[in-house]
Design a protein around this ligand. Structure first.
Ligand code: SF4
Length: 234
């Protein structure tokens, strides 16, 4: 009689099968509960049960997203919610990262259509010409110690991350760019805070500069001389 026919082997396989079954059922039930909490949070515009939602999402994000879609949630609302959730989850780690180890990535579409800046291997070098709000905000961010990049795409971000190895980043952009940026950061172990633009598109987009500055100041003293905390956000 082979080992595969022995009673002990059959019992062990049955036990493994039962454990797997209950684990799957448990995960699905937990994901349904999390999806209901997420849906209620999105519908009412506030976070319900964040102590359950946040760790639950770390474990079951893909499943919860799928169930939220089945519950009829709008894709945009869902993505916005997940960005807000990720930002909340990352706030503590971001605040604990020294500013010298942080970087800000701005999309080049924020600049004026008449922008005189040239593309360099490290992105656009703003000339602070005053034609758009990028210049003053870049100056403010650099003034409090950030490394700031104005980039044409994710390839630049990856290159700069590889070169400068920031531990935490602020990513600015349209909804999908921010979501993809946060996902990418997660994969490579960087703490990311995403700030979604007020107006997207391909040219002269509008950043949530107040949101960028709020994020930038996480964990650091309010810099002396930084006059306008909520800056020129439109
Ligand atoms: S302020 Fe900077 S980014 Fe804006 S248009 Fe001038 S050079 Fe370009």
């Amino acid at each position: 009689m082979s080992i595969l026919d022995s009673g002990a082997w059959v019992s062990m396989m049955t036990l493994i099968g039962e454990i797997t079954f209950f684990l799957i059922v448990g995960m699905v039930l937990a994901a349904v509960a999390l999806a209901i909490i997420a849906t209620a949070s999105i519908t009412h515009g506030k976070f319900y049960l964040p102590r359950i939602l946040i760790p639950g999402m770390v474990l079951l994000e893909g499943l919860v997203k799928a169930i939220c879609k089945l519950l009829g949630l709008d894709d945009k609302d869902l993505i916005t919610f997940f960005i807000t959730l990720r930002n909340t989850m990352n706030t503590k780690a971001f605040a604990g990262t020294p500013v010298e180890q942080r970087a800000v990535f701005l999309p080049q579409c924020l600049r004026s259509a008449e922008c005189p800046a040239h593309l360099t291997p490290e992105g656009l070098k703003c000339r602070h010409c005053g034609r758009c709000t990028v210049g003053e905000n870049v100056a403010w961010l650099e003034g409090i110690g950030y490394r700031v990049f104005i980039v044409p795409g994710s390839t630049f971000i990856k290159r700069m991350v590889k070169k400068y190895r920031p531990k935490a980043i602020i990513g600015v952009g349209c909804l999908m760019e921010v979501k993809d940026g946060i996902d990418m950061s997660d994969r490579i172990g960087i703490t990311a805070i995403g700030v979604v633009n007020f107006k997207d598109g391909c040219v002269e987009t509008v950043a949530d500069w107040a949101g960028v500055r709020d994020a930038a100041l996480l964990g650091i003293e309010h810099p002396s001389g930084a006059v306008d905390f909520h800056g020129p956000a439109e």
